[in-house]
Design a protein around this ligand. Structure first.
Ligand SMILES: [Zn+2]
Length: 342
C-alpha cells in the first residue's frame, strides 16, 4: 500500500483504547464520485498494535473535501480553497457574498466545505475573481442588505482591486503601442520603456516648487528635455519614451494613456471653454524608481525651464535642431541630443 507517515505522537489510540505512539499517514485512495473515478490522498491514523488504519471525525470531513477537490480539479472547477481565496481577496464574509450574488445564505459555506458547486455557479465565482468592476456593481445593488460598515469595507477593497486592474490593463496597452519601436535605439533613447520611471518623472516634476503652472503641454516638453539631456550626458534616456513632433513640440507616444496611469498626480480643471490637465504633488514624497543621477538631470531641466510659461517653452522647443529636422508627426530621433540647447 502507498502510505506516507506525516506525523507521530503519543496519544490515546481510539482503535485499541491504549495510549501509545499513533501515526498520522496519507494514503492514496480511489473513489467514484458523480460517476467519475477519482484518485486522492486521504489522511488516516494508524494503530501499530492492531495494525489498523482508522479515521477520526475531523479526518473524515477533510478526506471528504480532498475527494471533492480532486473531482473539482479534474472537472476544471474551483476547489474549496480557491473559493475561499476569492472571498479573502475581496475581504467578504461567506454570508455577505451570498447576499451579493443573490444565493441562499449558506451556499458559499457549503461550497467551501462538502458541496461541489454546479457549473453555472462556478462560472459566476470565476467571473467575480477576475472582474472587480462587476463586484462593485453587485455591491451597489446589495447596499440595502448589508451593514454600512461592511459595505464601506468591501467598497474600499474592491475599488483598490479595480484600480490595480485598470492600471495593469492601461500599462499593457501602452507597452503594446511601444512594441514597434523596440529595436530602434535612437527612437527610445537606448533605454527600454519603464512606466515606473515615467510615473516617477511626472511625480518629480509635479512635486517641484520651482516649476510654475505645470499643465500637460509643459509637462510633455519637460519630459522630452529630461530624456534628451540624459541621453546627451549619459548615452541613454531616463524613461524609454518615444517622442513625436507635434505642432506644440515633442509629445510622447501614448500621452493620453500615460497621464491616466495610477499614481500620476493629474487633475482635470475647467479653464474657460475647455478642460486642462494640471499636475501637482504635495507633501513628503519619495521617488523609488529614480536614481540619484536621474534626479540630477531632472533638477537641471527644472532649473533651466521650470519657470518658463507654456508659450515660451513651445518657442524654445521650436528652436531645437531635433524639432526643426523632424517632419511633422514623425518620431524625434535622439541623435540630435548632442545639439540640445540646454
Ligand atoms: Zn492502538
Amino acid at each position: 500500500m502507498d502510505l506516507k507517515i506525516i506525523k507521530s505522537e503519543k496519544r490515546l489510540c481510539t482503535c485499541c483504547m491504549e495510549e501509545h505512539e499513533v501515526q498520522t499517514v496519507l494514503v492514496k485512495e480511489e473513489a467514484t464520485f458523480k460517476n467519475k473515478k477519482i484518485t486522492y490522498e486521504a489522511s488516516y491514523l494508524y494503530c501499530n498494535i492492531a495494525k489498523e488504519l482508522y479515521m477520526d471525525e475531523q479526518q473524515m470531513q477533510e478526506n471528504d473535501i480532498h475527494l471533492k477537490d480532486a473531482y473539482r480539479k479534474s472537472e476544471g472547477l474551483l476547489t474549496s480553497s480557491d473559493i475561499c481565496a476569492i472571498r479573502a481577496k475581496f475581504g467578504i464574509s461567506q454570508s455577505d457574498l451570498c447576499i451579493l450574488l443573490g444565493w441562499g445564505r449558506k451556499t458559499i459555506t457549503r461550497y467551501e466545505s462538502h458541496q461541489v458547486q454546479d457549473k453555472a455557479h462556478d462560472t459566476i465565482l470565476k467571473k467575480i475573481d477576475q472582474d472587480p468592476e462587476w463586484f462593485l456593481l453587485l455591491l451597489n445593488d446589495s447596499r440595502e442588505n448589508l451593514s454600512p460598515g461592511s459595505f464601506q469595507k468591501y467598497l474600499n477593497t474592491a475599488a483598490a482591486l479595480y484600480e490595480e486592474d485598470r492600471d495593469a490593463y492601461l500599462r499593457k496597452s501602452i507597452e503594446a503601442d511601444y512594441a514597434r519601436f523596440q529595436r530602434n535605439q535612437l527612437f527610445h533613447g537606448n533605454t527600454n520603456l519603464s512606466l515606473d520611471k515615467v510615473v516617477d518623472v511626472i511625480r518629480y516634476f509635479a512635486a517641484s516648487t520651482k516649476i510654475t503652472a505645470l499643465y500637460k503641454v509643459k509637462l510633455m516638453k519637460l519630459m522630452w528635455y529630461a530624456d534628451t539631456l540624459s541621453y546627451k550626458l549619459r548615452g541613454f534616456a531616463i524613461t524609454g519614451l518615444v517622442y513625436q513632433a507635434l505642432p506644440m513640440g515633442a509629445v510622447p507616444i501614448g500621452h493620453n494613456s500615460i497621464i491616466n496611469l495610477k499614481d500620476v498626480p493629474c487633475e482635470e480643471v475647467d479653464i474657460g471653454e475647455t478642460n486642462a490637465y494640471h499636475f501637482s504633488l504635495k507633501g513628503v514624497t519619495t521617488f523609488s524608481f529614480l536614481t540619484a543621477d536621474d534626479k540630477n538631470i531632472l533638477d537641471a531641466v527644472i532649473e533651466k525651464l521650470g519657470k518658463m510659461n507654456k508659450n515660451e517653452l513651445i518657442d524654445f522647443m521650436h528652436k531645437e535642431q531635433a524639432y526643426i529636422e523632424t517632419a511633422p508627426r514623425e518620431v524625434i530621433s535622439f541623435k540630435y541630443a548632442e545639439n540640445l540647447q540646454i
